[in-house]
Structures are given as structure tokens and as C-alpha cells.
Design a protein around this ligand. Structure first.
Ligand code: HPA
Length: 275
């Protein structure tokens, strides 16, 4: 069987040829309802996932599924419009394959966005939460299996997982721009169901602020390769306290997040400028 490392190099070589060796400095993952950020990118190349060797194909509502190369805030960037989730049935290796590719395309910072439920009574729909730590409740780990030292260590430590300097900068910016924002802890669940009231309460008790079904696999793989990450969650539904939980549809999640999208774009643009 072909090694993951060789597959990554093949995909990177393909993308180098496709983009005439465009060199991105930063990567951005656009989460559910956050795809409009691509409107601000001066696009030089874009390609559907279905045309990229070894890439899985994205299927979820609200996820377009293409890789976008271009300029944003004076920087060369590559953006994933659409990501892969474990609950879709992909393996953890498939979910995180694009992160390995982005690393070997040369990015030095990964920016991740997602939609998340709030289990902190002070964090409301539309607020942005900059992630400082996580609690991983997903049943599988993308680093499980034989370790390839070319990527990184067998036992990566998880201190300083999230870029504190960028978080502080983002919070300061949000304050200046009048955007409701917080620093918080992300709880990762498998999905695809949302959670029971008792589960949301549990997440609050164990120290979570927001809960979502993505991001942590990507963060773990980025850490494996010493790639710094910054994560912003947009609160799409309120899940704590119990009296504030309402039935939630995927359309509501997408709409709630889409309204905050321009604010998150503004913050992200400033952070990119500061790199
Ligand atoms: N639970 C898990 N994932 C989510 C939620 C939620 O309530 N909202 C958005 N993503």
C-alpha cells in the first residue's frame, strides 16, 4: 500500500504544477456558513476537491468543496472552501489529509473556522470564540497507527496547541471593532446528532465553552507537523443553560453563522496582515 507520506507529496506536486508553483504563506479552513470569505480573496487559482489526487470529496450542506489560491491582506493564501468531517464516514486520515498537503505546500500558519454550539451561558449566538484549548471526545485519533517520523513525533505534546499571540491580538481587534468575542475551550464530538441537554450540561461542567464536530482532528495533525494553528468558532446555537436550548436545524446554523461571517473575515484579514 502506498504510504500516506508519498500520497501527500504526489498531491503537492500536482498542486504545484496546477498553480505554477504558487507559494501560500497561510492556510485557511472555512467552516460551515463561512464560505463567503472567498469573495474577499483575489483568486489566482481554484480547483474542486474532486479534481485533486487523493482528496476525498466533500458532501455536506454548506460546504462547497474546493481549494482556492490567491491573495488576501497582502499575503499569499490557500483556502479550503469546505472541509471533511468524521461523521460523513471518512476515516480520520481522510479528514486530515488536506492539512498534511497544506503543510507541504509551505504554509506557516493555519487558520481554522467552524460553527459551534455554546455551552457557556455568557456566549451567545453570533459571538466569536477564539479557541485556547480543547477537550477531545471524538472516538478516533488521526495519529493512531504506525508513526511516520517524516511528519513528526510519535507522542506529540499538546501544550501551546493554539496560537496565544494571535488569540490576544484577535480579542483586542474584536474589542476595537465592537464585535462580541471571547476566548474559550472547544469540545469535539463525533456527531452527526446534536447533543442531549444532559450532554450539553456535562460539557459545561467539564470546562467546555463551545461544542462542535470538526477541527480537533485537523489541529492534532497540524501539531504533529509543528504547524501553528489559530481557531475561531462562531456560535450558531445556544445549548446552556437548559432553558435556552431550542430545536436547531442545519439551516439555522448556517444562517446564524453567515451573519457573523463579515466580522470574522475582518478579524482574519487583520491577523493575516500582522503575520
Ligand atoms: N453540537 C455539536 N456540534 C455543533 C453544534 C452543537 O450544538 N452546533 C454547531 N455544531
Amino acid at each position: 500500500m502506498e504510504h500516506l507520506f508519498d500520497k501527500v507529496q504526489e498531491t503537492v506536486a500536482f498542486l504545484h504544477a496546477y498553480t505554477q508553483s504558487f507559494q501560500p504563506q497561510a492556510g485557511i479552513i472555512l467552516g460551515t456558513g463561512l464560505g463567503n470569505l472567498t469573495d474577499s480573496i483575489e483568486i489566482t487559482h481554484e480547483i474542486p476537491y474532486s479534481e485533486i489526487p487523493h482528496f476525498p470529496v466533500s458532501t455536506v450542506e454548506g460546504h462547497a468543496g474546493r481549494l482556492v489560491f490567491g491573495r488576501l491582506a497582502g499575503k499569499n493564501i490557500v483556502a479550503m472552501a469546505g472541509r471533511f468531517h468524521y461523521y460523513e464516514g471518512y476515516s480520520m486520515q481522510q479528514v486530515t489529509f488536506p492539512i498534511r498537503v497544506l503543510k507541504y505546500l509551505g504554509i506557516q500558519q493555519l487558520f481554522i473556522s467552524n460553527a459551534a454550539g455554546s455551552v457557556n451561558a455568557h456566549m451567545n449566538v453570533g459571538d466569536i470564540v477564539f479557541i485556547r484549548d480543547h477537550i477531545n471526545l471524538q472516538p478516533e485519533n488521526p495519529l493512531r497507527g504506525k508513526n511516520d517520523e517524516r511528519f513528526g513525533l510519535r507522542f506529540p505534546d499538546l501544550l501551546n496547541l493554539y496560537n496565544k499571540k494571535l488569540n490576544n491580538k484577535a480579542l483586542q481587534l474584536a474589542k476595537e471593532l465592537g464585535i462580541p468575542a471571547h476566548i474559550g475551550v472547544y469540545v469535539a464530538t463525533q456527531g452527526p446528532n446534536l447533543e442531549t441537554p444532559a450532554e450539553y450540561r456535562f460539557f459545561n461542567i467539564i470546562g467546555g465553552d463551545v461544542v462542535g464536530m470538526s477541527t480537533v482532528p485537523e489541529v492534532l495533525v497540524a501539531k504533529h507537523m509543528q504547524l501553528p494553528v489559530w481557531v475561531a468558532s462562531v456560535v450558531s446555537n445556544k445549548c446552556f443553560p437548559i432553558e435556552e436550548i431550542a430545536e436547531t436545524t442545519v439551516e439555522e446554523v448556517i444562517n446564524a453563522v453567515a451573519q457573523t461571517e463579515p466580522k470574522l473575515s475582518k478579524i482574519l484579514t487583520h491577523l493575516l496582515e500582522s503575520l
